[in-house]
Design a protein around this ligand. Structure first.
Ligand code: MN
Length: 734
């Protein structure tokens, strides 16, 4: 019975509060249809039924109060509706799809954004990360109403924080001070920021709070009296001078006092701005006039006069600041500005942009350009709330903010992939990365990360980077690490190959390689303009210097010893090449070099007669590509590694190259027989045939031995003449 009475009583309370909400919205939106707000209230009432807050109140109180805060900000009905529904997806069985169906795309989009931010666990974020998390929150949302609802949500939670256990109070208060108050600050929402800070301070540091609170309270009465006298005197003096101006005053907020005490190691009484007066004048000229009057009345503190009107802060903050000392020795601050400047400083979105931050970088300059545009735009919109509620945020367009599973923020360039993430964590994590999970789901390494993604990198010992990764990564850090790995490891391989080649050559000339001393290597290396003996071996391995030539320089005996037949020598090298690379080079000559390592690139398998180009690879000798090979354009980025090659004239041993053709043809009886007949008529060897059929069409892959380009062209034209053959294509990879 008692609980029922309690329920009825709270229901009456919420209904009353809801009426107040409607009245408030109607006051600044007289022409809007508020039906959607009513539906949202009923929807929220229905779905939160039976749920209670820690205070014992029905849960509905919370979304209702959040909506009231939003109405205080004079936001549009869509924002109020989203405020009423902001916890429904998180805490009830309702889905975003349900919300979209009932309340439309915009509301669903905003509620989804709020839910997304709520899911982030900021608890583990360290102090130095706070700025990153703030940026991340701003980067994550594309509708400013998401942030405003999140701030209103946090404000009401802070106002009712007393009902939670101390540990949770601490955690939420810390998060409020580190993340939400600064966001409010950045968006120029001074009032909410102040309240969030003082509430956060109270729960975060109860002892410090009590001290500052006591210090201010003991001075409040005298302070308010003092400020009232100052205000009175100023109004009088302005009237005498014929200046129309508004005069306000305030006592500095507790959290700001606390921070100043910590930062400057001063007492409350040493603060010049514990008490402050603000004068809002009609125009800039009057602002300077007011400054003159004030300096005429009281002695200014010299170093504290600041003209932010002539020289605005990077965030466009404009005001004249001065601190003066009253007759009784009490210092106070005066801020003088026009109505327009005041609006920018107090309400203007992002007016406090980068306030008190470091110097303006080029990047900041871009953001400021954006801000400038926003300010311009704001002037054009008659209803400032219209502007606020529809502004699309793109505050950090060039970055994405992601998390490790432990909650550390990782900032990456836009479109970054899990590989970039892995390399940011640690070089070794990058090198051994084999996969990634984003928000618990496996994703490809090419996946584009979004702000708020939680990324888990899967590694495997012994795994190493591949060249393709260079086209996957977006950050220069990852790119450099991969390139570095490639250079180091391919160099190692080149040295190994170089050593094998020279050993082979030495055996042939019966030179004991161990008799050649390090200084000799050094000497020959410097002959080639190289620094170290290893560079020489690497050069041989890369195919830059012929092993025989190097050996002759190392050991004069080698050049004198009776040479074997050239062919044999070549085949000896070839066998090394074959063993190491499995390539063949008999048929290709590198212009001006006798025994460079040459092999046909596997990507295009050039055949005799085709136009070819050589490319000095790292560690594999010279790769020969068909000039049409798509890889050529990509590979030739280092033009100094390009080398002229040609087909050797003598083709005694021309056994032909395997070439794969794919035929697209009708699936009919006798087709295969006709095809094999055409090929065999030319005495061409068929290595393999595979047929796939579907819907009376056939794909036939045939691998044949081709001597040269002419031979290939003959066969292809023959095949094309067969009735029912639609196309014949050469497949580059065999
Ligand atoms: Mn909430």
């Amino acid at each position: 019975m008692a609980t029922l009475r309690h329920q009825i009583a709270t229901n009456v309370l919420t209904v009353t509060r809801f009426r107040e909400l409607l009245k408030k919205v109607r006051s600044y939106r007289p022409n809007d249809d508020l039906g959607l707000i009513r539906s949202a209230y009923n929807y929220s009432l229905l779905h939160h039924t039976g749920q209670q807050r820690a205070s014992g109140e029905p849960y509905l109180v919370h979304p209702l109060e959040v909506a009231c805060v939003l109405a205080e900000m004079k936001l549009d009905p869509i924002a109020i509706v989203a405020g009423l529904l902001h916890d429904s997806v998180e805490d009830t069985s309702v889905t975003i799809i349900d919300i979209r169906k009932e309340f439309g795309e915009q509301v669903a989009h905003i509620v989804e954004g709020v839910t997304k931010i709520s899911k982030i666990d900021f608890a583990s974020s360290e102090e130095r990360q706070a700025e990153n998390v703030r940026k991340m929150v701003l980067a994550m949302v594309d509708d400013i109403r998401v942030v405003l609802i999140k701030l209103a949500d946090r404000l009401h939670n802070m106002r009712t924080l007393e009902h939670l256990p101390p540990e949770r109070q601490q955690r939420i208060a810390k998060e409020t001070l580190e993340i939400y108050a600064p966001i409010a600050h950045r968006l120029g929402m001074g009032k909410i920021r102040g309240e969030l800070e003082d509430l956060g301070f109270r729960y975060m540091d109860p002892i410090g709070y009590d001290q500052v609170h006591a210090a201010v309270e003991s001075r409040r009465k005298a302070g308010e009296h003092f400020l009232a006298q100052i205000e009175e005197l100023l109004r009088e003096k302005f009237k005498e001078a014929g200046i129309e101006a508004l005069v306000q005053s305030r006592i500095k907020r507790l959290y700001s006092i606390h921070q100043k005490i910590l930062r400057q190691r001063i007492t409350v009484d040493q603060m010049y701005d514990l008490f402050a007066v603000r004068v809002i004048a009609n125009n800039v000229q009057d602002c300077y006039g007011v400054l003159g009057i004030i300096h005429n009345l009281w002695r200014p503190v010299p170093s504290r006069i600041k003209d932010f009107i002539a020289m605005p802060r990077p965030n466009f903050y404009q005001s004249l600041h001065t601190s003066v000392i009253a007759e009784n020795g009490q210092p106070f601050e005066v801020q003088i500005r026009t109505e327009e400047m005041h609006k920018m400083a107090e309400e203007g979105i992002a007016a406090h942009w980068k306030y008190k931050d470091g110097p303006v970088s080029a990047k900041d300059e871009q953001r400021l350009a954006w801000l400038r545009q926003v300010v311009e735009w704001q002037r054009d919109v008659s209803d400032p709330n219209e502007f606020l509620s529809t502004l699309k945020i793109d505050l950090y367009p060039e970055e994405v903010y992601t998390f490790t599973p432990k909650g550390k923020v990782v900032i990456l360039p836009r479109d970054a992939t899990p590989l970039d993430f892995a390399y940011t964590i640690h070089t070794e994590v990058g090198h051994t990365c084999v996969g990634a999970k984003v928000n618990g789901r496996m994703v490809p390494l090419r996946y584009r990360l979004h702000s708020g993604d939680i990324v888990e990198i899967l590694t495997q010992a012994g795994h190493h980077p591949s060249r393709d990764w260079l086209s996957v990564v977006k950050s220069s850090r990852a790119r450099n690490k991969i390139k570095h790995w490639m250079n180091v490891h391919q160099r190692e391989r080149a040295i190994e190959i170089g050593r094998k080649l020279i050993e082979k050559e030495a055996r042939k000339y019966r030179v004991a390689l161990k008799d050649i001393k390090e200084p000799d290597f050094q000497r020959v290396a410097s002959d080639y303009g190289l620094g170290r003996g290893d560079d020489l071996l690497a050069g041989i391995g890369y195919g830059k210097f012929p092993a025989r030539q190097v050996l002759a320089k190392l050991s004069p005996a080698a050049s004198e010893s009776p040479g074997e037949a050239d062919e044999e020598k070549q085949s000896a090298i070839t066998s090394v090449v074959r063993r190491v690379f499995g390539g063949d080079h008999n048929a290709i000559k590198v212009k001006g070099h006798d025994d460079l390592l040459v092999y046909r690139a596997r990507c295009c398998n050039p055949i005799r007669g085709e136009d070819i180009v050589g490319y000095v690879t790292r560690g594999k000798g010279v790769a020969v590509h068909s000039r049409n090979c798509p890889n050529v354009t990509n590979l030739m980025y280092e033009s100094e590694r390009r080398i002229a090659v040609e087909w050797a004239r003598d083709t005694a041993a021309a056994a032909g190259y395997p070439v794969k053709l794919t035929l697209f043809c009708d699936d009919r009886a006798g087709m295969l027989k006709q095809i094999t007949a055409i090929i065999s008529d030319d005495n061409t060897n068929i290595r393999n045939i595979e047929v796939r059929t579907a819907n009376s069409q056939a794909n036939i892959d045939v691998v044949i031995d081709i001597e040269d380009l002419k031979h290939l062209e003959l066969i292809v034209s023959g095949l094309r003449k067969i009735a029912g053959v639609h196309d014949v294509q050469r497949v580059q990879r065999v």
